[in-house]
Write a protein that binds this ligand. Structure first.
Ligand code: GSH
Length: 207
């Protein structure tokens, strides 16, 4: 097995970096300088036509889109290690669904909140009404996540999985950019805290 991971810190690649560290499988990490445009170099575009991080190459097969990569990692290496549920179980349904929910539903609302309200976003692109609508949608999604975590410590039940890693990685970023306090969502807040206590996350967040 040969795995190459192209990444940049504080990016969508944290989702995959965390998963790789949890799995404890050998991989070569190649850090890209996004500002310098490393991700758009022809050799990188051949692996990831989207020109972004993360990109993962497993035994010469390239993968892009972090949710797809993490699902692949879970299916291929996570089941035996108890980090990804077995296909056909209710926990597997939850792990798949929350992974895609984070990448499609929550990220869509979160990105719109950021572009319409964050001080770092260009002023001329901001629209207050859209920002308000996106914030309502984003907060509502966190409400449902909070309710989901009311009776269980992790997204699929009693066990931490790579679905928790992916969504908690996003919450880490959201806390930095659009939701500094999670106090309104106590179950979600406690879950984020539990996930971030994990040594794998500590290694990744250290840079
Ligand atoms: N949906 C993609 C998003 C990837 C993405 O937007 N990556 C950003 C960093 S967070 C990037 O590489 N940006 C550099 C660029 O767009 O040139 C995924 O989850 O893999």
């Amino acid at each position: 097995m040969a795995i190459t991971f192209y990444y940049s810190p504080y990016s969508s690649a944290v989702r995959t970096h965390w998963a790789l560290e949890e799995l404890g499988i050998p991989y070569e990490g190649i850090r890209l300088d996004l500002k310098a445009g490393d991700q758009k170099k022809p050799e990188l575009l051949k692996l990831n036509p989207n020109g972004k991080v993360p990109t993962l190459v497993v035994d010469d097969v390239p993968y892009f889109e972090s949710a797809a990569i993490n699902i692949l990692l879970g299916e291929k290496y996570g089941v035996d290690k108890g980090l990804w549920p077995k296909a056909g179980t209710p926990a597997h349904g939850r792990a798949m669904s929350w992974t895609v929910w984070a990448a499609a539903s929550l990220l869509s609302a979160g990105t719109r909140v950021m572009y319409n309200t964050s001080p770092e976003a260009p002023e001329e692109q901001k629209n207050a009404a859209q920002g308000e609508a996106a914030r309502k949608e984003f907060d509502g999604l966190l409400d449902l996540l909070d309710a989901e975590l009311k009776d269980k410590p992790y997204l699929t039940g009693d066990t931490f999985t790579l679905a928790d890693a992916l969504l908690a990685a996003d919450l880490w970023w959201y806390q930095m950019v659009i939701v500094p306090s999670l106090a309104r969502w106590p179950h979600l807040q406690a879950w984020v805290g539990r996930c971030m206590e994990r040594p794998a996350f500590k290694r990744v967040s250290a840079g």
